[in-house]
Design a protein around this ligand. Structure first.
Ligand code: NOJ
Length: 743
């Protein structure tokens, strides 16, 4: 560049910089006036504007910055050093659970900073804080939104008592490939289920008002398409077509936004060439312009900086530019904004209006949370805020409804009262760590009841419990098999508890093969040679491949990662105190190589050809599968009409009779299929579900109101919905009826 142009540019930059300084001086002057933003009787938007015009550029960018504080337990997100807290910081990822300490930091923000803007304290409260509930995937198998909502409300209450204002939950990444460990964190493979449970979670965390005492702000993540990470390897490229984006991934986020979710987190993934963190289309066009979200978007951990390895930014400055211009308001951890935004503004590259709008959104949440007016939290002793009896009772109830009875040959369960000797075997039997799942909040494995303890409590007075570990979760050591055989030989039944370590799922918990390590399969084979009945109990963060072991056992219960009260919950099912009611919210494939395998796939062009040469095309257990101790007789589906027009509502009803001996809870999963459309549709799609209690011998009518615009239309690759006349099928259980939609 010619020297002359360089001089002109630097003079221009200096002038711009001087004008920014001048504005700041003016701002400093204004702070001495009576500040409106501190007056709680003024409408929020006015308070925001008043505060905004008093802030310097640096203060604004600090609001757009999140640092971490406290000890880090998450091996994926280790910081090099702890930053010293600046009182002007926008947010802290707060890893201590001390409310006192939190209040001290907040006091610094309120009193030592020029404007006294409170900090928003965040934490990953995913399936409980200290009272650990089952993982979200398990929670979806309850098909009970009220339970999910209540567990989130408990998590909000406990975490708020530690000073947390904001959780990075719920995760709504619709599961696709089970090798991807984060399938544990979402509500299964169905977009509708993720939408409904996502809304329940938002309601549970946020309550009626964010300003209420025990509520925290929710964060919908990871926006968007992250679960398509190639090969199931975490953080990889994702090829998300417009059709898949709108049909599979957008619905849960849209539902969560409509339910009032305060914030959104962008994903680590590159969405077909434009990383989620710098994606104008998803962050601004859709989220802000179409859905009118008035909250803000936080990046994932250092994901602004990740634009460099993702190959769309040459340096941190360009990364900052791309993200802020795309509509990403808060920088988690990387300090890229803090380093670069002031300069980018002074260079005239980033308009100050863009910064103002971002800060406005962040301040809005702080006002909504009531942090300006009540910045501090109560400082209660641990025994008054954590693990309250009602929290633990709920944790057990939720766990009991998440456990899926996959197989129960000859009705071997519940255990006969006459059983006098029970063998409890396997690496998961006496474990209190892995059953907690991958996001344990501040949970302690000492708080957790093991499966063995639960079984001892349930049966201890009536039967001898013969325990043996058998083997470890992995490795080659089979020396423990001998003791396991002895325990089994002394018993009439074997409860064999196997599964996955908690780090085998969750963030960065990908596996190329979803079967259990060979040593665990060998233990199953060894014990099956004894010809004693075996109940296989599996604790895992994903469905595992059971192709070599499922036929060797009589019953199988998938208990997922059940949290603190999994032991009692499982024991209740074994004894018959609880009649299992969970149904799979995710397909159980037969083998790893069938991935991806989800129920709502498209029909093949040649349905009976093109199958595998080595294994069946079918999964081992379908989406929605789950047995009960009782039997239900399904009546026929009754429709209010067989032909409707687009403005009409169709009412479907089905009568279910509990013909068995146990009271039970049965869930109706209502599917619709649209066999011919201008854009091909999935084989079937879940549109509604409902769970009800039915006493033995009683009948219950379930109904579903089909609203054409909502339930029969579909999106194209731009999100535009189409409602086409034609034949549709409604399916529930193995009942199916046809109806017609006319123009
Ligand atoms: C990275 C994870 O992807 C995200 O889910 C989590 O909320 C953040 N780290 C913060 O811990």
């Amino acid at each position: 560049m010619a020297l002359k142009s360089k001089i002109i540019i630097s003079v221009f930059l200096s002038l711009t910089y001087l004008s920014v300084i001048a504005q700041q001086k003016e701002v400093f002057y204004k702070v001495s006036e009576n500040p409106l933003y501190k007056n709680s009787s003024i409408p929020t938007e006015q308070r925001i504007e008043d505060l905004l015009q008093r802030m310097t550029l640096e203060e604004k960018v600090l609001q757009m910055t999140q640092w971490t504080y406290g000890t880090n337990a998450n091996e994926n997100n280790i910081e090099d050093k702890m930053n010293e807290v600046r009182p002007e910081i926008g947010s802290l990822l707060y890893r201590s659970d001390s409310p006192k300490f939190r209040n001290q930091i907040q006091k610094k923000a309120m009193e030592d900073s020029r404007l006294g803007i409170p900090i928003i304290f965040a934490f990953d409260v995913i399936h409980g804080y200290r009272t650990i509930f089952p993982i979200p995937l398990a929670q979806a198998c309850t098909w009970d939104t009220e339970l999910v909502k209540r567990s989130c409300a408990v998590a909000a209450k406990e975490s708020h008592s530690a000073g947390i204002d904001w959780t990075f939950s719920p995760m709504l990444d619709v599961a696709r490939d089970l090798r991807w460990g984060r399938v544990a964190e979402a509500y299964g493979e169905d977009p509708y289920a993720n939408s409904v449970f996502g809304v329940a979670a938002v309601q549970g965390y946020q309550g009626n008002s964010l300003a209420d005492k025990y509520t925290i702000a929710a964060c919908l993540k990871h926006y968007i398409g992250y679960s398509l990470s190639e090969g199931g390897r975490d953080y990889q490229y994702t090829d998300v077509s417009g059709q898949t984006l709108w049909e599979t991934f957008m619905p849960p986020f849209e539902a969560g936004i409509k339910a009032g979710a305060a914030t959104v987190m962008s994903g680590f993934n590159d969405i077909t060439g434009t990383p989620a963190t710098a994606n104008y289309y998803t962050l601004t066009d859709v989220l802000k312009n179409q859905w009118k979200h008035d909250g803000f978007v936080v990046s994932d951990w250092e994901s602004i900086e990740n634009l460099i390895p993702q190959g769309v930014a040459k340096d941190r400055k360009e990364a900052a530019y791309k993200c802020v211009m795309a509509g990403l308001e808060m920088d988690m951890k990387s300090d890229v904004y803090l380093e670069n935004l002031p300069l980018l503004v002074s260079e005239g590259k980033v308009p100050i209006e863009t910064i103002d709008e971002a800060v406005r959104r962040i301040l809005r949440l702080k006002f909504k949370l009531g942090l300006f007016d009540n910045p501090y939290v109560e400082e209660l002793p641990d025994n008054e805020r954590y693990l309250q009896p009602e929290f633990l009772e709920l944790a057990e109830n939720v766990a009991a409804e998440t456990m899926v009875l996959l197989k129960n040959e000859n009705s071997i369960l519940p255990l006969n009262r006459m059983v006098k000797n029970i063998a409890v075997i396997g690496p998961m039997a006496n474990d209190s760590l892995h059953i907690m799942g991958s996001w344990e909040g501040i949970g302690k494995s000492d708080d957790a009841e093991t499966l063995l303890e639960g079984i001892q409590k349930e049966f201890g007075n009536k039967a001898n419990i013969n325990y043996a570990k058998g083997c470890d979760f992995d490795g080659l050591d089979s020396l423990g098999f001998a003791k396991a055989r002895i325990a089994a030989e002394k018993s009439e039944i074997i409860i064999l508890c196997i599964g996955e370590k908690r780090q085998w799922s969750g963030e960065s918990g990908s596996r190329s093969n979803i079967s259990l390590p060979a040593i665990q399969e060998e233990l199953v084979a060894e014990l099956s040679n004894l010809n004693k009945p075996i109940v296989l109990v599996i604790s895992s963060g994903r469905p595992n491949e059971l192709s070599r072991i499922h036929s060797k056992v009589d019953a199988i219960i998938e208990i997922w990662q059940p949290g603190l009260r999994g032991g009692s919950a499982l024991a209740g099912i074994l004894s018959g105190r609880t009649n299992p009611s969970a149904k799979l919210a995710i397909t159980f494939p037969l083998t790893s190589g069938q991935q991806p395998m989800y129920y709502n796939r498209r029909q093949s062009s040649r349905p009976i050809y093109g199958q595998y040469r080595d294994v069946s095309k079918d999964p081992l257990y379908d989406f929605g599968h789950g047995l009960s101790f009782t039997e239900y007789k399904y009546g026929e589906i009754q429709l209010s009409d067989t032909i409707i027009d687009k403005s009409q509502t169709l009412i479907a009803e089905i009568e279910i009779e509990n013909t068995g001996k146990f009271d039970g809870k049965e869930t109706m999963l209502w599917f619709i299929s649209d066999p011919v459309a201008n854009i091909s549709r999935p084989i079937k799609e879940l549109k509604y579900f409902e769970k009800k209690s039915i006493k033995a011998g009683e009948k219950m009518v379930y109904s579903f109101e089909i609203v054409p615009e909502r339930d029969l239309s579909y999106p194209d690759n731009t999100g535009k919905r189409h409602l086409e006349a034609g034949d549709f099928y409604l399916q529930v259980g193995n009942k199916k009826v046809k109806f017609e939609l006319v123009d």
